[in-house]
Each structure stands twice: as structure tokens, then as C-alpha cells.
Ligand binder design. Structure first.
Ligand SMILES: [Zn+2]
Length: 253
């Protein structure tokens, strides 16, 4: 989240946050619908997982991975190889005792987490009940036709995957977040933007699971828990950005 200057930032109460979502009026459901139109016929497992996912844009199917080892790495980068590589370099800056790596988009780590941030990151990566997907983009365009603002990231909402289609048991929560890599690199702050966005998606998923209510991307929806998720994520990874004399600064509310 970002403002165009201190003045705006001071004046802001609720609007700035809406800005981070790109004024989203586009929930995960709607996105699913759009993807379903495009992909349903080509997905043999669509019946098992009626909520189709943006994975299909990546031309890669996570379901085979679930089947093969019964679990799933839970932080995924979706984007070009170059963007994934760039993102990982920045993300590495926040966790010096961990060695991050990426394969087929999945982020994993080796090493012993020592700092509070590292422990949080290690937990996020290994939590199989919450799936965080970071869409790495070269532009600011969101699926709702709105824009990622100068902060470089945008909230994407979440939805539930049930263990079977008649079940009420949530198998995992699928949370999406958007990052304009070029912009996030400009904001930099040692890769803080990347982890703020990942943490925001994760916190949002925790809240949704607790309430048993999916969070749409649209911040006007009473079910959207963006504000709380942003606040929780900001405890370790501040995500409020201002530009002052052309310099980016991150501050905690
Ligand atoms: Zn945020």
C-alpha cells in the first residue's frame, strides 16, 4: 500500500487501503468463473476440485503434486522465470539464516529459522493448510481491470478447497496476492514488500478459516478481511509506504 506523498498519507483513513486492492470488485469466485470458462474442458480433475485456480494460467497443475506426495508446498510464485528469480533474491534478504530456493514456482527453504521473521516465513512455507500464491507481474493490471498502485502489491482474497465436493471440511485455504515485481524492487526495503504481501495473504487465510468465511478481493464486502490481514501482516512486515522527495519509506501504522 502506498500513497503519493506524505500529505495524502496523513489525510488517509480508509481509502488508501482500498487503493491496495486496486478498488477490487472482483472476487475469487468471479475470477474462477472466468477461468472456468476458459479451462474447464481441459482439466480432468475439475470434478474433484470444482474451484478452478489460477494455476491453469501457469500451464502447470498442482494437483498432480498433491497426488504424488500427499501434500503441497504452500508458497507458490506464478510468473516468468526471470521474475521468479528476481523475487527470490529480494525475499532472501529478509531471512539470512534460511536458504530459499524455488522449483516449478514452489518456494522451499533449508536452514534453521532463528529470528521472529524467519520463524514466520518458515511456518508460512511449510503450512500445508494454507496455500499462498503470489502472482508476479510486469504491469499493474489486476484481473478486475483495476491497478496495482505504487506500493507494488495488491490483495487478492481467498477461497476454500474442500477435501471432497460433498464435504464441509476445509482441506486448505487458497490465498492469492499480486505483486508488480518492477515496482516492488523500486520500493525495495530489502524485499519487505514481497513478504508483506505473502504475510497478508496468509493472515487473511487464517482469519477466513477461523470464521469459516472466504474473503473476496472487494474491500467493500463485509466478508473481506483485508484490513485486519494487512494489520496483522504489518506487525513483522510493515506494508505502508510513502514517497518523500522521490524516496520510498515504509512505516508501521
Ligand atoms: Zn497490505
Amino acid at each position: 500500500m502506498i500513497k503519493n506523498g506524505i500529505q495524502d498519507s496523513v489525510a488517509f483513513t480508509g481509502k488508501e487501503r482500498d487503493g491496495e486492492t486496486g478498488y477490487g470488485y472482483f472476487g475469487a469466485r468471479y475470477m474462477d468463473h472466468e477461468l472456468m470458462t476458459m479451462w474447464l474442458s481441459v482439466d480432468p480433475l475439475a470434478d474433484k476440485y470444482p474451484s478452478l485456480t489460477p494455476f491453469h494460467y501457469c500451464r502447470w497443475n498442482p494437483l498432480s503434486r498433491i497426488d504424488s506426495d500427499g501434500k503441497m508446498d504452500s508458497l507458490y510464485l506464478c510468473g516468468s522465470d526471470k521474475m521468479k528469480k528476481d523475487a527470490l533474491i529480494f525475499m532472501q534478504n529478509q531471512c539470512g539464516n534460511l536458504k530459499l530456493s524455488e522449483k516449478d514456482g514452489f518456494v522451499s527453504y533449508t536452514g534453521e529459522p532463528k529470528t521472529e521473521k524467519e520463524k514466520y516465513i518458515a511456518n508460512l512455507i511449510s503450512d500445508k493448510t494454507i496455500y499462498v500464491e503470489l502472482w508476479l507481474k510486469e504491469d499493474n493490471i489486476l484481473p478486475n481491470k483495476k491497478q496495482i498502485n505504487e506500493g507494488g502489491g495488491a490483495y487478492g482474497g481467498n477461497f476454500f478447497i474442500y477435501d471432497n465436493k460433498d464435504s464441509k471440511e476445509i482441506e486448505y485455504v487458497w490465498a492469492t496476492q499480486y505483486i508488480n515485481v518492477k515496482q516492488a524492487k523500486k520500493v525495495n526495503q530489502n524485499g519487505l514488500v514481497f513478504w508483506h504481501e505473502a504475510a497478508e495473504a496468509y493472515e487473511s487465510a487464517l482469519l477466513s478459516r477461523e470464521k469459516k468465511v472466504e474473503s473476496p478481493i472487494n474491500t467493500d464486502s463485509p466478508d473481506c478481511n483485508y484490513r485486519e490481514a494487512h494489520k496483522n501482516a504489518s506487525k513483522l512486515f510493515p506494508g505502508d509506504v510513502i514517497i518523500e522527495n522521490g524516496q520510498y519509506h515504509i512505516y508501521s501504522l
